[in-house]
Design a protein around this ligand. Sequence first.
Ligand SMILES: Cc1cc2nc3c(=O)[nH]c(=O)nc-3n(C[C@H](O)[C@H](O)[C@H](O)COP(=O)(O)OP(=O)(O)OC[C@H]3O[C@@H](n4cnc5c(N)ncnc54)[C@H](O)[C@@H]3O)c2cc1C
Ligand code: SF4
Ligand code: SF4
Ligand code: SF4
Length: 402
Amino acid sequence: MKKNRSILGKKKCYGCAACVDVCPSNAIELKLDENGFLQPQIDLSVCLNCGLCSRFCIEQKDVGLSNEGVLRMYAVWSLEPEVREGSASGGAFSQIAISFLRKGGRRVVFAVGHFESDVLHHEMFFNECDFVRWQNSKYVQSDMSGTYKKVYNKLKDGYLVLFSGTPCQVSALNLYLIGKSYDGTLFTIDIVCHGVPSYKLIEMSSRLTGSSISKFRTKDAGWGLEAKRVVYKNGVVSKKHSDDVFYLMFESDRFLRKSCYTCPFSRLPRVGDLSIGDYWGDLSFLKKEDVEKGVSLVLRNTEKGDRLLAIVEHSINKIETRNIEDVLLNNPNVFTNSSELAEISDSDKLWLIKYFDFRYVREFLVFGKIGGYFLNSKKRNRLIQQKRTRVKDMVSNMKSVL
Ligand SMILES: Cc1cc2nc3c(=O)[nH]c(=O)nc-3n(C[C@H](O)[C@H](O)[C@H](O)COP(=O)(O)OP(=O)(O)OC[C@H]3O[C@@H](n4cnc5c(N)ncnc54)[C@H](O)[C@@H]3O)c2cc1C
Ligand code: SF4
Ligand code: SF4
Ligand code: SF4
């Protein structure tokens, strides 16, 4: 029997959906599996066994990890209050995308839209007034099916395209475009990524709170790691970050996509022309009121990144940080994946992924909080200390980029 050359049976899958878009017979569809993760499903009855999906799969090729520009880091925030207010951090992405579209001509932005149906999607935007749809972080994986083809079609039509996504999505787009010719120009922004949790967390938090999530972040309590709050559709905003069921589960690092634990894309050099995250480093050089409204971390990785920053120059405040080490220490997902930091054994991860069910999550929240991970502050402090030491060592080994 002829060997199947498709992605069937791949051990590691990032859920990037590039295989969906390269398949000439539309044999692949991305669907949520029983653990709440997006996985490709193949209809073998229409598969041509051409092997294209395997060839364009990022599991076997790292693309775009060779940016070699001078690394610069900035604290950035939008000067337009409504843009900054509704954005996840300082609104750097929203302001860059708005200014990019304002320039006019053939321009399009691809970013993640509102969380409305069962699954989140990337959307195509031509109008800056639509910025509220792409604003803010949505902490689950976006389905990119169809997006690769749309980006390529726009590039063929000569458009300037601004694409944002997680580093694996940017890398998958780079691989998809290899060998294709077009007149347009692609600009990419990758989002600093902790990992994407299971869609089940949304279902679980709805069951536990009696309402579904409407926004993953609000600045009702200011901005900062502890100020992060989920807004539920019944209007309830969690009172404390550490009491929010969604964040308890997400930030425990027990429910991330399997590929995120060994993610090769969270590293320096970064994959996008710019990288954007929260500025969790020392901001004591700013006034308190500036910090409280949110500050983005922007990494300039390439010359195209400079071009994006030049477009937005008059609409943002941008302060270059000289203390790159401090930024990396406080935001390790800029250069490493969450597994390095999570203190979870491989058997734990596998166990959790396999037996992920509501009963377990309830036990995790109740007993985890009382006995284990959350309230046992001695253990937690020790883990945080160990993690800081590990991150410090990693940063000091990276002198070449500092
Ligand atoms: C799953 C996930 C994990 C993250 N982990 C970290 C982290 O560990 N450290 C850190 O500093 N920052 C992290 N971020 C990024 C952070 O939450 C903000 O998105 C970032 O600071 C940008 O803020 P902003 O105000 O400039 O963006 P905004 O102007 O609010 O724009 C939001 C941007 O985020 C993109 N986006 C939203 N949801 C998704 C998604 N699900 N997938 C891909 N892109 C998305 C939108 O397309 C848009 O580009 C994470 C984001 C996500 C989605
Ligand atoms: S081998 Fe070819 S036809 Fe079959 S699923 Fe992959 S891309 Fe589609
Ligand atoms: S990593 Fe992407 S291209 Fe490869 S199998 Fe998974 S979804 Fe398809
Ligand atoms: S952690 Fe890595 S693999 Fe997971 S979503 Fe982020 S970039 Fe992709």
